[in-house]
Design a protein around this ligand. Structure first.
Ligand code: MTE
Ligand code: MOS
Length: 806
């Protein structure tokens, strides 16, 4: 095992400790960005004037707003000293002359109170010169409205194989988007400090990039702007790129007025202004042999990027690299392109395109299994990767044997076969409710596909009294990164957890950091924290060796004691060694650095080894579906997930459960609706609050929820043998969707293939049940089978598989 992965004898990592802010969270005393504003006197509030049209040239008269009592100033494009753009791709004018979507912020009002700012914004006069708008992906395809560079992952000769394969199916599928619905909406608080420098507290997953954009907008070098991320009330990817413009508005306001400016979106503003998970439109064709082995897959994925690029290209890149999920597909082509529409700019969301990519293959297996006459669980198991195989983009699937290990272990612990038999009996006895149990795997690549992002820094101080302060470049959004970093520091220095404190993330402590994203926060920052601590420990070992009278290589640090190899020998408290080191003028702080080795990726060819390793898992889910309403209950979920050797088991279990429920929400409940009519509301987001956008709550929790972490799973080359956990378990929720599909099928005749709309809301499930019942009345024809002339084939024909412009 590598140096990095090895654990000392008595580590703090691996201990089941609660989240470092658990008490603060549960007593309501944790501070968030906007709480700082309340504590601050004399803060101005920023409020947006939002476009009431989906696409229009806008001219603005701000004069009436200045008459509103309490309004201090209205920020417009004329106020920008630097670049009027908030996008990393320079395609997001901060103060636009062309409104690109319904809800687009055009100018911002600053006022003494939120109410005055709101009234001021309402009195700004906006004139619209309407332009044609594109709202849906099919409209964008029709109009040829795309952005960014299309990409293709290819292996083998899928076209020829599909021409000759024994069984060929095709389909078209629309995958819904998802609202992040973090509890804390976007928030920034900017002020000019005593030295005239810009200081922004921001709810951001990427403080360094927020800093850069603020600096660009203000026309300042980065060393004059500091961004602090205290903690977030959730990010889920929604605060990876989207906070920058809001921070820039607050900073601009502070610079121009000399007063602190707070900007916190209310829920409807957040919903109507900020990006979401990308909806996808997919056309696919798949070929199988008689045993159900997939021989070839061809798919064209079109994502709905919204009005600007944001992270749409890397999201698509990850989607294309996850169409295979956990399955060996010898001949493969997946093309991806990003539609440009007049909607919010869609962005990162837990899984970052991976879920949409995997959706394709899980949908294929779920749909075709009955037509092949093989049950879906067997079909999936048969196609799992074997050791030695590679992904379509050329990466060896290291530890592929874990897929089957997990699969069979889970089948055993969930009592899969026996329960399936019982479910068959249950279904035979019930006409109006049906149950089903489905099992699906996950393989998810860990690392940023942009190789440069795979680096991190840390700054660790040991004070004379032996207490430790850790700074690192990652941000805390509830996922427990800070807890893990405390554990890593305590382990590396051999001190108790209580003697380590974590300082809020700040760009003036650790510069040029990457987003806390791609689930790699603990891998990257953990590597950096460990590096810093080990430098300090090595220096302390030399001091301690002389004190104890042993070779420095034989000094051991554990639980605040420093001793020689022989446990019976003398030992010194950590603080005493530190004190001695100080008097010997030994440096007691260190900057740590980490970069992931061994990555290479050719973005143009979409080939290489973009991932350090894969996270694996599987879930078995039983649902009951009501034939009258299409509603389902999740009766039982069993999960076995691979987090390597867990750094922090309570945190990791929480991540697995949370991700699963969030994934189930995306697949079965949460539905974004935009006005697609030609009326005056065209392009308006109709689901603007929790009353119309249904989120999972207690009633949607599985009635039985058994989550286990794979044991003895040390990952070589990752920090203390651990693996990333944040995103991969979201995709375990395909087991819910597939169980619903099988339950719907149970209303029809054997061999009936179910097409299930996404999200599988009660309405969508009801339609699927109705189809199944109809098929029971008629002759069972397998929908989607190319040889047939059914609806699916007709629709696929109207969406050519190989897009002409990619
Ligand atoms: N967990 C909580 N509680 N809140 C969040 O916002 N974000 C998820 C995941 N888990 C999130 C979360 C996303 S999208 C990612 S990429 C990872 O956490 C980021 O943190 P990590 O890299 O430290 O795992
Ligand atoms: Mo997570 S979508 O990578 O922030």
């Amino acid at each position: 095992m590598s140096e990095l992965a090895a654990r000392p004898l008595d580590p703090v990592v691996g201990d089941a400790v609660p989240h470092e802010s658990a008490v603060l969270h549960s007593t309501g005393t944790a501070m968030y960005t906007d709480d700082l504003a309340v504590a601050d006197g004399g803060v101005l509030t920023a409020w947006p004037v939002q476009s009431a049209q989906a696409h229009a040239i806008v001219t603005v008269d701000i004069a009436p707003a200045l008459e509103v009592p309490g309004v201090v100033r209205v920020l417009t494009a004329d106020d920008v000293p630097g670049v009027n753009d908030a996008g990393v791709k320079h395609d997001e004018p901060l103060f636009p002359t062309e409104a690109m979507f319904h809800g687009h912020a055009i100018v911002w009002v600053l006022a003494e109170t939120a109410e005055a700012a709101r009234l001021g914004a309402a009195s700004v006069r906006v004139e619209y010169e309407p332009l044609p708008s594109i709202i849906t992906v099919p409209e964008a395809i029709e109009a040829g409205s795309f952005q960014g560079i299309p990409r293709t992952v290819r292996r083998g000769d899928p076209e020829s194989v599909l021409a000759t394969a024994p069984h060929v199916f095709d389909g078209v599928v629309e995958i819904g988007g998802q609202e992040h619905f973090y509890l804390e909406t976007h928030a920034s608080l900017a002020r000019i400090d005593s030295e005239g420098q810009v200081f922004v507290d921001c709810s951001t997953q990427h403080p360094s990039e927020t800093q850069e954009i603020v600096a660009h907008v203000l026309g300042l070098p980065s060393n004059r702007v500091t961004v602090q991320a205290l903690r977030m009330g959730g990010g889920f990817g929604g605060k990876e790129m989207q906070p920058h413009g809001f921070a820039a508005i607050a900073a601009l306001g502070a610079m121009l007025t000399g007063r602190p400016v707070r900007l916190r979106l209310n829920r409807t503003q957040d919903l109507t202004m900020t990006g979401k998970r990308h909806p996808f439109h997919v056309v696919w064709k798949a070929g199988f042999d008689d045993d159900g082995r997939i021989l070839a897959l061809a798919a064209t994925l079109t994502s709905d990027g919204g009005w600007s690029l944001d992270l749409s290209e890397p999201v698509m890149g990850r989607a294309l690299c996850h169409v295979d999920n956990a399955y060996w597909i010898p001949n493969f082509v997946a093309q991806g392109r990003v539609a440009k529409t007049n909607k919010t700019s869609q962005t990162a969301f837990r899984g970052f395109g991976g879920p949409q990519g995997m959706f394709v293959i899980e949908d294929v297996f779920g749909r075709v299994a009955p037509a092949l006459g093989i049950d879906a669980a067997t079909l999936r198991e048969r196609n799992l990767y074997e050791p030695g195989q590679t992904t379509p983009y050329g990466q060896p699937v290291r530890h592929a044997e874990r897929l089957r290990t997990i699969w069979h272990d889970l089948a055993r612990s969930s009592d899969f076969d026996a329960r399936r038999a019982r479910i068959a009996d249950f279904n035979a006895e019930h006409d109006d409710v049906k149950r089903a149990l489905a099992i699906t795997p996950v393989k998810f690549g860990i690392s940023f596909t942009l190789t440069a992002y795979n680096q991190a820094g840390a700054l660790v101080h040991v004070y004379k009294d032996g207490s430790v302060l850790v700074n690192h470049g990652g941000t805390e959004m509830g996922q427990g990164l800070h807890t893990k970093m405390l554990q890593v520091a305590a382990t590396a220095l051999g001190v108790p957890l209580e003697s380590v404190r974590l300082a809020p993330t700040r760009t003036d402590k650790v510069p040029n950091t990457s987003a806390t994203a791609a689930s790699s926060g603990a891998d990257l920052n953990g590597g950096a924290v460990k590096d810093a601590c080990e430098q300090i420990r090595a220096r302390l070992a030399a001091v301690a060796g002389r004190l104890i009278g042993v070779d420095e290589r034989d000094v051991r640090f554990s639980d605040g004691r420093v001793a020689g190899l022989l446990a019976s020998g003398p030992w010194y408290p950590f603080a005493e060694v530190v004190e001695a080191a100080y008097h010997q003028r030994v440096q007691l702080w260190a900057a740590g650095f980490y970069r992931t080795e061994g990555l290479h990726w050719d973005t143009e060819k979409m080939q290489g080894e973009p991932f350090k390793y894969f996270a694996y898992g599987a879930a078995a889910t039983e649902v009951e579906v009501d034939g009258f309403t299409g509603a389902h209950r999740t009766l039982r979920v069993d999960i076995l997930h691979d987090v390597g050797d867990s750094l922090s088991p309570i945190i990791d279990l929480g991540q697995v459960e949370g991700a699963f429920v969030q994934g189930a929400g995306w697949l079965t409940l949460e539905e974004l609706r935009w006005d697609t009519t030609d009326g005056p509301g065209r392009g308006r987001l109709l689901t603007q609050s929790a009353s119309t956008y249904k989120l999972p709550s207690f009633s949607e929790m599985p009635e039985q929820f058994n989550v286990r972490l794979l044991e003895h799973a040390a990952e070589d080359g990752a920090v203390y043998g651990s693996k990333a956990v944040g995103e991969p378990p979201l995709m375990l929720a395909f087991s819910v969707r597939e169980a619903i599909r099988e339950a719907a099928a149970a209303f029809g005749p054997p061999g009936h293939c179910v097409e299930l709309r996404s999200p599988a809301t009660p309405e969508a499930v009801f339609m699927a049940i109705r189809e199944a019942r109809r098929a029971g009345a008629a002759v069972a024809v397998a929908p989607g089978e190319t040889s047939g002339s059914d609806a699916a084939t007709a629709r696929a024909a109207s969406h050519p598989l190989v897009a002409s412009d990619t």
